[in-house]
Design a protein around this ligand. Structure first.
Ligand code: SF4
Length: 333
């Protein structure tokens, strides 16, 4: 019978003209989620879609994802004004038995309606399935580690929550995906604030750089009804330090030795002067959303009321000054 319905993030639905609801910043990627009338088979402690969460089925992170007829979404995509064209289409896929078949059907249909490149954020799949995904036109895939360390992964996505995932399998699959989709065409999501130290997160980013896999940073967001609903959001200074570290390692290809940690695993300074820090901030990129090119995820893990962890757009002068003040005591040359 084929796919009839699809979930669309509220910001993407607005840009497509599927809803009147207004959000502050326009999405640059069209975020879609395959529809199933049930929860995910996995049980990640932070996720409202997880098997045992009591959150609304309409949510992923803090965003709502209303359901629309696929036909209507494809038509809207096809006739979108060139000025509104998305930089990317992202299909989020939960863990359920038909997820691969749904993707194989969906990607070619999307390609008939848009020339924007397509990413698929997927749970682990077989190598052969990854090959098929590429052959039907998926440009990139993301397989989320979420956690910076094996022990946090086990506690939040694996055995600790009766979840199906294993750290080794996820990492193994990331490598297979990298070989199929090629260097820097595979992403993984990392959530800051799951109990890791700053050093552990920076070391994970460094490892991913060596593997030529893109790390996309997320701030932990407690969602009502999930296992981790009572956990705190990460400190904004911690998030800023990791954003800067990621920028130095991934974008500027600097050595990790330019970052100094204390015994508690906190970043105590970056090897740079005032001017360099200001220039990095002034170029925006370090503090904007990271992941696949063109992905900006407005308010995915930040409230419009702030604090804004990942900026979905260029920063204002006031925001740049604020970040400079947050980071200036962590630089030393
Ligand atoms: S980085 Fe963005 S576009 Fe890429 S898979 Fe993740 S959410 Fe989708």
């Amino acid at each position: 019978m084929g796919i009839e319905k699809i979930r669309v993030s509220i910001g993407s639905a607005q840009k497509l003209g599927l809803t009147e609801k207004k959000i502050q910043d326009m999405v640059t990627t069209c975020y879609l989620m395959t529809y199933i009338p049930a929860k995910c088979m996995a049980n990640c402690g932070f996720c409202p879609q997880s098997r045992s969460s009591k959150s609304s089925l309409d949510k992923l992170s803090r965003i709502s994802w209303p359901i629309f007829p696929l036909k209507e979404v494809l038509t809207k995509l096809k006739y979108l004004l060139p000025s509104k064209k998305f930089k990317r289409i992202c299909i989020q896929t939960l863990n359920y038995p038909e997820n691969f078949n749904d993707l194989i059907e969906l990607v070619p249909k999307l390609k008939e309606s848009t020339s924007s490149p397509i990413s698929a954020a997927i749970p682990p799949m077989e190598k052969e399935q990854l090959r098929r995904l590429k052959s039907v036109g998926t440009e990139r895939v993301a397989i989320s580690l979420d956690a910076a360390t094996p022990s946090i992964f086990k506690e939040i996505k694996g055995e600790g929550v009766n979840g199906p995932y294993k750290w080794e399998d996820h990492n193994d699959l990331l490598l297979k995906a990298r070989d199929i989709f090629t260097d820097w065409k595979v992403s993984t999501h990392l959530i800051i604030g799951l109990g890791e130290t700053q050093r552990e997160m920076v070391k994970r980013i460094e490892k991913l750089r060596k593997l030529k896999i893109i790390p996309g940073l997320f701030a932990f967001m407690p969602v009502k009804g999930t296992k981790l609903e009572n956990m705190k959001r990460p400190n904004i200074i911690t998030f800023r330090k990791i954003q800067l570290a990621r920028y130095l390692l991934i974008v500027q290809n600097k050595a990790i030795e330019n970052i100094t940690f204390n015994q508690k695993g906190e970043i105590i300074h970056f090897n740079m002067n005032d001017n360099t820090l200001w220039n990095i901030i002034d170029q925006n990129e370090a503090f904007m959303t990271t992941g696949c090119p063109g992905c900006n995820r407005p308010y995915y893990t930040s409230s419009p009321l702030g604090p804004v962890y990942n900026f979905p757009r260029k920063l204002t002068k006031r925001e740049k000054e604020e970040i400079y003040n947050q980071l200036k005591s962590y630089i030393k040359l």
